[in-house]
Write a protein that binds this ligand. Sequence first.
Ligand SMILES: C[S@@+](CC[C@H](N)C(=O)[O-])C[C@H]1O[C@@H](n2cnc3c(N)ncnc32)[C@H](O)[C@@H]1O
Length: 317
Amino acid sequence: MAHHVYCTKEAVKKYNRSHGLVKNGGSWVNKAKVFFNGVAMELNKQLGEEVSVLDIGVGHGGWFFIPLIISLRNSCEKRLKAAVGIDNSKLMIQDLINNIGNHKLNYKEINLEDLFKDTLPTDISVINADIEQFVYEWDPQKNPYKFDVVILMGFLHHTINWRQTLSVIVNSFLCPDSFVVIAERNFDSSFLDGNFYRDIDKNTPSTPWRNLWLNYYKERGREGFPWVPELRISDYDPVLCSLLEMNFVIKMKSEKTWFIEYKKAEISQWLEEPVFSNFYRSLNKTIIDKLKKTVSIPDNISVCEGWRIYILKRSFK
Ligand SMILES: C[S@@+](CC[C@H](N)C(=O)[O-])C[C@H]1O[C@@H](n2cnc3c(N)ncnc32)[C@H](O)[C@@H]1O
């Protein structure tokens, strides 16, 4: 199974803090929850009488998977045919299970092979598996269950071959008129850039946050980065373009930002720990020590960041 940052305790702890699963996540966490909840309810309005949902790279499910399930159940008890969440991190799956429990919902643990049955459990199903491995071993003769909604939020940029993963998912697991949900970080967070190096656009207005990362990348240099990745959490354009080429149309685009106050200790951790390995990946100790000395981190930084979310629908017109 592919090992990535979310298979480590430290990363999951941080993720949960920044994604509101633990208390004292900050006032912006509530704003984010309200935003995602609102988008889930809007999607609900566009869906039919019976709905099946697949969330790949579901994480703790609190941002979109669980709000959508609750919204569907609230509109009609029997409306949700099946809801499946897949993640290859055991830690994330455990958080998902706890989160489902917090909402007093029922679930079953199933296997990837169960996706080839004609019907799925009517409860929520949870699968701990590496979807990319599955995609590589894909047998086009097999006929999997088809879903009405597929959620791919904050997941595809973790994959080694996102195009192949997306194409197997779209061509095999989706109904002809299915919906796909994708999301990307927006505004200043593109300078933090969740997982990978990003060239910073030097024409954008100067803020303490931008200046910090401009300075960081100047000091860091490009050593150890074999390529600039095509897909980044703050730039899902390539995914959007691929979906448009595969006969999807944008049904809804929603975005929201909020201010987050980052403390020096937190930013220092990004530079030092291999947690969100982007800042740290492949650096040797000499470079890390040099960066620690040369990059000056302010005590507090207020950052404007948020999410942009797209809901697309497949259309064969
Ligand atoms: C940034 S988190 C996003 C979680 C959730 N979708 C959200 O938006 O809050 C990415 C998730 O994708 C999962 N993931 C990464 N690669 C995966 C793979 N090959 N198969 C299944 N899950 C994967 C990680 O374990 C992690 O939980």
